[in-house]
Design a protein. Structure first.
Ligand SMILES: Cc1ncc(C[n+]2csc(CCOP(=O)(O)OP(=O)(O)O)c2C)c(N)n1
Ligand SMILES: [Mg+2]
Length: 322
């Protein structure tokens, strides 16, 4: 892979990681009053995705959607302001971390209801097909969403109508505190389930940027050429607690050994090592990338903290069901 592409992936990856970790650092100030589901540890798929997706493509996501919003080109200042509940937020400060949307870049929304964005993403795929427009619809989902009824409906409809939809399942082994073993039959693979529903489907290591790139690139180019929907299951792992800024390895639903096994796979440091091995002279350039991102993110937090809350008079604005 060309050095420039590797650096672009690194830039996006470092940016997402910095934002998630700064959210964690600032959360205990009690100024963000919405729940946050951080993706630290499992951001590699989003970082690579950002370097392949086109602006005209649609994307929808889940409660753990910061990385997807950013990777699709969502506005950082509006996301941080939203999480602080401020009027300049991408949902005018009324949605919080789990209701991100940026129509300027076709990020069509994330929702808190597990599985709920899948039919929206499929509907967007249908609209592209009916209007004969170029573009794809990307649906991000977690392994837990596979247990919702709408999973089958969404995949079935996309398969029958041969829609330009790509389902990206980030399997981080857990739904809240329940591991896959207690939720889904032993030895049943998620990607095989999708295949049985009638969608071309594969599994990929979600902790290796190069493998992710190859897999996404091939899949996306096939669907762009009209080959119908696809499903990719990426194996990955979240570092922090299900919801909130802390680590929760003390509460017993997963072992420290398991956590450390996955932590060692950190795809961000792996990518940095790869770039420096390929071209040791890049050290300074990577440091500069890191410094400018840290500055951008710091300013964004400062900006959000200084903003106004939505006015009382805007309470019923943008509300569709009264
Ligand atoms: C329909 C529905 N059921 C249950 C919940 C509670 N809930 C919130 S997040 C979550 C876990 C979902 O797991 P997964 O899809 O694997 O995503 P992850 O949190 O691992 O990213 C659950 C069960 C919900 N929000 N919506
Ligand atoms: Mg999960």
């Amino acid at each position: 892979m060309k050095l420039n592409l590797l650096k672009n992936i690194y830039r996006e990856f470092f940016r997402i990681r910095t934002i998630e970790e700064d959210l964690a650092k600032n959360y205990n100030d009690q100024k963000m009053r919405c729940p946050v589901h951080l993706s630290s540890g499992q951001e590699a798929v989003a970082a690579v995705f950002s370097n392949i997706v086109k602006k005209r493509d649609f994307a929808v996501s889940t409660h753990r959607g910061h990385a997807h919003y950013l990777a699709k080109g969502g506005n950082l200042n509006k996301m941080i302001a939203e999480i602080y509940g401020k009027e300049d937020g991408c949902s005018s400060g009324k949605g919080g971390s789990m209701h991100l949307i940026d129509l300027d870049v076709n990020f069509m929304g994330s929702t808190a209801i597990v599985g709920n964005s899948m039919p929206i993403g499929v509907g967007l795929g249908l609209s592209l097909k009916i209007k004969k427009q170029k573009g794809l619809s990307f649906v991000f989902l977690g392994d837990g969403a596979v247990e919702s009824g709408v999973f089958y409906e969404a995949l079935n409809f996309a398969a029958v109508k041969k829609l330009p939809v790509i389902f990206i399942c980030e399997n981080n082994l857990y739904s809240v505190y329940s591991s896959l073993e207690v939720r889904q039959p032993k030895n049943r693979k998620i990607y095989k389930l999708a295949r049985e529903i009638g969608i071309k489907s594969e599994h990929c290591d979600g902790m290796d940027s190069l493998k992710i790139y190859k897999c996404l690139k091939r899949t996306i180019s096939e669907t762009r050429r009209g080959k119908g929907p696809q499903f990719i299951e990426f194996s990955t792992y979240r570092w922090r607690e299900h919801c909130g800024p802390n680590y929760d390895n003390d509460i017993g639903y997963r072992t420290l050994k398991e956590f450390e096994f996955w932590k060692k796979k950190d795809p961000l440091s792996k990518l940095k090592k790869l770039i420096l091995k390929k071209s040791p002279g890049q050290k300074k350039s990577l440091i500069n990338i890191e410094l400018s991102i840290k500055k951008e993110v710091k300013e964004s937090f400062q900006r959000a903290k200084n903003m106004n809350f939505p006015k009382k008079s805007s309470l019923f604005k943008d509300v569709y069901a009264k």
